[in-house]
Write a protein that binds this ligand. Structure first.
Ligand SMILES: [Zn+2]
Length: 511
């Protein structure tokens, strides 16, 4: 079969693509440890202050990437030049305008941030939510999460137990009551004072939301937490006694109603960039299809950015050299190598560095909702997030089992023993890394992906993730592997295919 012969002849270029082995070799040779070290040195320098989203240093990073793309001769593929911008809105609960009333054993007017911890999902319901209370007690029964109760139009209440790390709410129960039409859910907890104060502070802290993406309307319900003492007075129940009950999962309607009105006000709006450049394919037909190379430019900044960076001694900059200046660098080094290759691969190649990854995959989510090239024509996303540390000769390629990109990668790696780099399967499935970086926003839209990842380390999200710890020689071999893989995928007669089971699980089931 022609296709098979063409695909398996990795060392002998496919007849349809006309890059000579010497030209491929020359292009690959432009990927060097020095190049890797240079880019990471710039991106993760202390002067970049850890590239938080949004920040002037993130903008500086985007300008640097765009300037490299321009230098390589890539075609601008953002909304304005190489840049695509998205908006982020900062909001805070308007404690003056918000109130939760409980009309029961003793009527009470409760204030978010002083008496109530308001859980803020997106979108926060804007209308007043009033209804009766259905209290669930006992040990949650996943076979019968509603315990036979009718919760339509009601508030579902549950008793929670505080542990040092917080409380645990059974997510199956939450989804079950919301699907059955509950207007909200309430938690009654016995958190100790310090933990409770911490929660109240969360209620009044500003949150940032990405605009222009569909929100999960299933969660557009009210959710809040009160303490045992408040519940005892207002609802006339004995929470400690109810908490002690095990087994016998039951639900009963209380002689009480709750009315919830929580309003937010906008504090500020900011925008953040993605950077996208395209290298046009050489095949008149296949050039309308794209192979993507992605990595995230942003990191968690400094303690002031509110993304979890913690100072250590005099060092207060989370440089993010491995996470993910290394992936941004992989995109840059791969782009440069492909730009040097004549003729170009048959399919077009798109190089994209996104921001807001650390905040919740913002940039890639925005791109997946507002793609600048048709997503249906994107045949693969090869994402690099943390590829500059750990094992010398091994790289984890997450998602190998979900499409035939896995087999292609194995074949390409076997054809290049000089790289001394073995791609292995996901060895941490329990960590669900497949869902935790930017490739996921491609996968959920139906694009087969591979995610290159060297695993975490003691410096993960710490000030110690600095450029001096990067193994640039190793990363240069990973980028060469990405280059050979990208070339194979871009030249192949057929586009990569999902495994049908994975497609069902990740694409159709996930939406
Ligand atoms: Zn990270």
């Amino acid at each position: 079969m022609r296709l098979q012969l063409c695909l398996s002849a990795v060392l002998i270029p496919c007849a349809l693509a006309s890059q000579t082995p010497a030209a491929v070799q020359r292009a690959a040779n432009s990927i060097t440890p020095e190049g890797v070290r240079h880019h990471i040195g710039v991106l993760a320098d202390d002067s970049m202050l850890g590239r938080a989203t949004p920040s002037p240093q993130l903008e500086q990073t985007a300008r640097y990437v765009a300037e490299q793309f321009r230098r390589f001769g890539l075609k601008p593929a953002g909304d304005t030049g190489y840049l695509q911008r998205y908006t982020v809105t900062q909001r805070v609960v308007d404690t003056q305008a918000s109130v939760i009333r409980i009309a029961g054993a003793a009527p009470a007017t409760l204030k978010p941030g002083s008496d109530v911890y308001v859980l803020r999902f997106t979108p926060l319901p804007t209308r007043e939510l009033s209804g009766p209370v259905v209290l669930f007690t006992g040990t949650p029964d996943s076979a019968n999460p509603l315990a036979g109760a009718d919760v339509k139009g009601a508030w579902a209440a549950i008793i929670a137990t505080a542990m040092p790390q917080g409380i645990q709410i059974n997510p199956e129960w939450v989804m079950a009551v919301l699907r059955a039409g509950a207007i909200g859910w309430m938690v009654i907890s016995n958190r100790p004072d310090a933990q409770w104060q911490n929660r109240l502070a969360r209620t009044t802290a500003p949150t940032r939301t990405l605009e222009g993406v569909p929100s999960d309307t299933e969660l557009a319900a009210g959710a809040f937490e009160i303490r045992d003492a408040t519940a005892a007075v207002t609802l006339g129940i004995d929470p400690p006694a109810l908490r002690a009950r095990t087994g016998g999962w039951t639900a009963r309607r209380l002689p009480a109603t709750i009315s919830y009105l929580v309003k937010e006000r906008e504090l500020a709006r900011a925008s953040a960039p993605n950077v996208i450049g395209v290298l046009e394919g050489s095949d008149p037909t296949l050039k309308s299809e794209y192979v993507f190379f992605t990595g995230h430019m942003d990191h968690i900044g400094t303690p002031g950015a509110g993304e979890g960076c913690v100072a250590k001694g005099a060092d207060s900059i989370c440089n993010g050299a491995d996470d993910d200046a290394s992936g941004t660098t992989a995109v840059l080094e791969a782009a440069e190598a492909f730009a040097r290759l004549a003729p170009h691969p048959r399919r077009s190649l798109a190089f994209m560095t996104v921001s807001g990854e650390e905040r919740g995959l913002w940039g890639s989510q925005f791109f997946s909702e507002h793609p600048t090239v048709p997503l249906a024509n994107v045949v693969a996303d090869l994402n690099s997030d943390m590829v500059g540390r750990n094992w010398k000769d091994t790289i984890v390629a997450i998602g190998k089992e979900h499409s035939n990109l896995g087999a292609t990668l194995n074949r390409v790696a076997a054809a290049h023993p000089e790289l001394r780099m073995t791609p292995i399967d996901d060895i941490w499935p329990q960590e669900r890394f497949y869902f935790r970086s930017d490739h996921y926003n491609f996968a959920r839209k139906g694009v087969p992906i591979l995610f290159f990842f060297n695993g975490t380390h003691a410096d993960y999200h710490q000030v110690g993730d600095s450029p001096d710890k990067i193994d640039a020689e190793k990363e240069s071999r990973i980028v060469k592997l990405l280059f050979y893989l990208g070339l194979e995928v871009a030249n192949a007669a057929e586009r990569p295919k999902w495994n049908p089971e994975s497609y069902k699980q990740i694409v159709t089931g996930g939406n």
